[in-house]
Design a protein around this ligand. Structure first.
Ligand code: FEO
Length: 382
């Protein structure tokens, strides 16, 4: 894959089960890397450690008998930079180009003094390769503090590091939006402000193509991707709908959650997603809670708290800046229900949360009154 002397030299990882040791990736991952051939040649980023040899071979095949003048390191996380040391052994005269923080991290990862030639770049600096010119953009916390991005003006290409990436190898079948959302909310959801800053900078550029470090190159309908990022960065729901997340010990809370889903669907609510937090991919449940404008949490009481899978889910929301949603609560407790109290406490710093007027309080198993409460909650949310 290439365009205007910019070559893709990334790899597919189909062995990986958990990205960052925590996110399920049943369709694998890509680690993207690019080579620009010009008067000066530049390699942009690398790949995960298990694929260093494959990457170096691809780089060598593109370069043919030339040596790269530059290795641009946009992001120092090991899924992109684990092979830097091997790269420098093969190409000792290549200048490593990165941010000052990235060079500190390089020393921490690989020990000092292995980089013979280095160039520190920051916002607005330009790397002139000939016909191609890379202008650097600081992008801290998308996804680590050292991240830089770059804009290549001849091809109007924005190299965005982790931003605009997705889970899944190059032949992944699931929709980009779903796996990009789960990836975005999971890894950078907390840093919406920084992503908003980046989008402001991007708005000033004439962009024809986005080259992320994961997932496909985006070269058409860019407004679709930029609009989604705008929503995610500002914690704006993508659609009217309800995410129901339940954590049930003996199935009674699950029954209540499923009854609510059934009634919402019957009442015409189009987007209703339900998640059994004991068994589902929590990252998907968390991403769904950011996608819809309403969330219902249903939990058994456990040790005077919510059931642990619910605790983990709520923590996953708050640490990613969950806000601006309507929230309903279904609590269950056989002798001392503590779900409502715990949910309110855990979401107390979340901004603009509007709680549903209709509450459901189950004492062990659903009663007729609980069915009426669920009906009222469904009507309020539909
Ligand atoms: Fe794909 Fe933050 O590394």
């Amino acid at each position: 894959m290439s365009f205007d002397n910019i070559y893709y030299v990334g790899v597919d990882d189909k062995r990986i089960d958990l990205f960052e040791g925590q996110y399920k990736v049943p369709e694998g991952m890509t680690y993207n890397s690019y080579v620009i051939i010009d008067e000066k040649c530049a390699v942009l980023d690398g790949v995960d450690a298990d694929f260093t040899e494959e990457w170096l071979k691809k780089v060598g095949d593109v370069l043919k008998d030339r040596s790269p003048d530059y290795l641009v390191v946009h992001h120092m996380e090991p899924d992109h930079s684990a092979g830097i040391k091997e790269f420098t052994l093969r190409y000792p005269y290549t200048t490593i180009v990165s941010s000052s923080k990235a060079f500190m991290m390089m020393n921490n990862f690989f020990g000092s003094d292995f980089v013979k030639k280095h160039l520190v770049v920051t916002e607005g600096d330009v790397l002139n390769l000939g016909a191609h010119r890379l202008t650097f953009i600081n992008a801290p916390m998308i996804h680590w503090p050292e991240v830089i991005m770059s804009y290549e003006e001849k091809t109007k290409t924005l190299f965005t590091a982790d931003a605009f990436g997705r889970f899944g190898a190059s032949d992944a079948k699931s929709p980009w939006k779903d796996e990009a959302r789960r990836y975005y909310i999971g890894i950078v959801g907390k840093y919406g402000k920084m992503v908003s800053n980046l989008l402001k900078k991007a708005a000033a550029l004439d962009i024809s193509r986005i080259c992320p470090l994961h997932g496909p190159i985006l070269d058409s309908d860019l407004n679709f991707y930029l609009d989604l990022y705008q929503k995610w960065a500002t914690y704006t729901p993508e659609e009217r709908g309800v995410t129901i997340a339940y954590a049930s010990v003996y199935g009674n809370t699950a029954k209540a959650a499923k009854l609510l889903k059934e009634r919402l669907s019957e009442l015409g609510c189009q987007a209703v997603k339900i998640f059994d937090l004991s068994r589902c991919d929590k990252a998907e449940a968390i991403a769904s809670a950011f996608m819809t404008d309403s969330l219902v949490v249903a939990s058994s009481t456990y040790n005077g708290d919510v059931f642990p899978p619910m605790h983990e889910f709520l923590r996953g929301l708050t640490e990613r800046g969950f806000k601006g949603r309507k929230v309903g609560i279904i609590e269950n407790g056989s002798w001392a229900p503590a779900v409502k109290k715990t949910v309110l406490e855990m979401l107390k710093d979340s901004e603009q949360i509007r709680y549903c007027e209709n509450e459901v309080k189950i004492l062990s198993a659903m009663s007729d009154q609980n069915r009426e409460e669920i009906e009222a909650l469904a009507r309020e949310l539909s």
